[in-house]
Design a protein around this ligand. Structure first.
Ligand SMILES: O=C(O)C(=O)[C@H](O)CO
Ligand SMILES: [Mg+2]
Length: 263
């Protein structure tokens, strides 16, 4: 069975962020992911994890001015210094959040919205991801790249599995893999079962939400009981991040997971 991680950027918003570790712990979550640790002191976050006997599963590289519309900056030539400074910051946070963690230590990158010449953009994003991968390799970290969907994030540089695998190939580093979000990929390409079957060796992290609406499994078109059983059949032992907008109180949206665990 995969290791299910509560995404506390999206879940448990009934609580202040630091209290979400406790709420997730009470709901039975041992693994925690969220987007950005940076508004908080790393040691403060680590203390919350330790208090709840939890393990950090994932966090993201700094992605620019999120509220201002940035969804990453790795593709923007004019922000190379800012991107590379963010790599250093992520390495510092990982040293605290992933200390003594066994298994892969994952940091996700959203590459951002392209600006200007395609060839320059491509050279920029490959150079930045190679820089990040090399710094991460020194720190024992895995860089994972997440494609999104154009309906939620128009203008983003990276949609779809194959585009992302092509980019990973061009980056050419051992410690760079795919972050596969069932929600985004259902909206872009479908083929969820086939894609996972064909590429599981390249997928370092999986996330889920249903379509439409990005709510909990069972509210939309994706057959999660089948899909998650398929992950078991494929012996996927990585994380599945619960990255959905709860329809109702978070604790009331977890029935599907309880059923899964008892089935
Ligand atoms: O948007 C997503 O699906 C992600 O996973 C990003 O990391 C932001 O949460
Ligand atoms: Mg995601």
């Amino acid at each position: 069975m995969p290791k299910y991680a509560a995404n506390t950027t999206m879940l448990f918003q009934e609580h202040d962020f630091l209290d979400r570790f406790d709420a997730a712990g009470k709901a039975g979550f041992q693994f925690i992911e969220y987007m950005f640790p940076y508004p908080y002191d790393a040691h403060e976050l680590r203390a919350k994890l330790d208090q709840n006997n939890q393990t950090q599963a994932l966090f993201n590289l700094p992605a620019g001015d999120w509220a201002g519309g940035d969804r990453g900056i790795a593709v923007q030539p004019s922000r190379q210094d800012e991107f590379r400074e963010g790599v250093g910051k992520a390495v510092d946070y990982a040293a605290v959040l992933y200390k003594d963690v066994q298994g892969p230590k994952l940091v996700n990158v959203l590459v951002g919205k392209a600006e200007g010449d395609e060839a320059i953009t491509r050279r920029t994003v490959i150079g930045n991801l190679q820089y990040a991968a090399d710094k991460f390799a020194d720190a024992g970290l895995t860089l994972i790249i997440e494609p999104l969907n154009p309906y939620d994030v128009p203008g983003f540089y990276l949609y779809g599995t194959q585009n992302t695998l092509n980019l990973i190939e061009e980056v050419g580093r051992e410690n760079v893999q795919l972050q596969y979000d069932f929600y985004h990929m259902q909206r872009v390409e479908g083929r969820l079962t086939q894609t996972v079957r064909e590429n599981l060796d390249k997928i370092a992290h999986i996330q889920l939400a249903d379509v439409p609406g990005r709510h909990q499994p069972g509210t939309g078109e994706i057959n999660y009981p089948f899909l998650l059983a398929e992950l078991d059949r494929l012996n996927y032992k990585g994380y599945v991040g619960l990255e959905y907008i709860p329809e109702g109180h978070t604790e009331d949206t977890l029935g599907w997971l309880k059923e899964l665990k008892t089935s």
